[in-house]
Design a protein around this ligand. Structure first.
Ligand SMILES: [Zn+2]
Ligand SMILES: [Zn+2]
Length: 151
């Protein structure tokens, strides 16, 4: 979709969208740029279920249907492999902590269904007020914690 590639960070999608929008202000371009700022769109590229879910929840219906048919089935090992002792920022995907013990000030963004951690400066750049899944307004809390206390 217009050069958006799955698996990048929200910050990279943001930069890419800015670039596209400087070249074209077409409504379809704006729509696609908006999609790629939302976790629902990234979710669609993670699995068949994700693609189906997005099609039924505000995503492009025909596109999601085609996408869900081309996505590989999730292997049952995936969840075990992805558990890591790190906590990337939801927006820029950089690690927020240098080690387990050091305390960092960061933003916790939460709604009814999810909790995300971000750098304080990244929170300012994330402009979507509502969660795509539960449609709840995000609430923000600034905390000062160490990695071992939040995982
Ligand atoms: Zn960040
Ligand atoms: Zn939610």
């Amino acid at each position: 979709m217009l050069g958006f590639v799955p698996g990048r960070s929200a910050g990279e999608y943001h930069t890419h969208a800015d670039k596209l929008l400087m070249e074209s202000n077409d409504a379809r371009v704006r729509q696609i740029c908006e999609w790629w700022q939302t976790p629902e769109c990234w979710y669609a590229f993670e699995s068949r279920e994700g693609a189906k879910w997005w099609g039924e929840n505000g995503g492009p219906t025909e596109y999601c249907k085609a996408l869900s048919e081309t996505m590989p089935e999730l292997s049952s090992n995936v969840e075990y492999v992805s558990i890591e002792l790190r906590s990337p920022c939801f927006f820029c995907a950089q690690d927020m902590f240098k080690n387990m013990e050091e305390k960092q000030e960061l933003t916790v963004m939460s709604c009814i269904c999810s909790t995300w951690y971000m750098h304080n400066q990244c929170r300012d750049k994330f402009t979507f007020p509502r969660c795509f899944k539960c449609n709840g307004l995000y609430s923000d809390t600034i905390i000062k914690e160490s990695l071992q206390n939040i995982i």
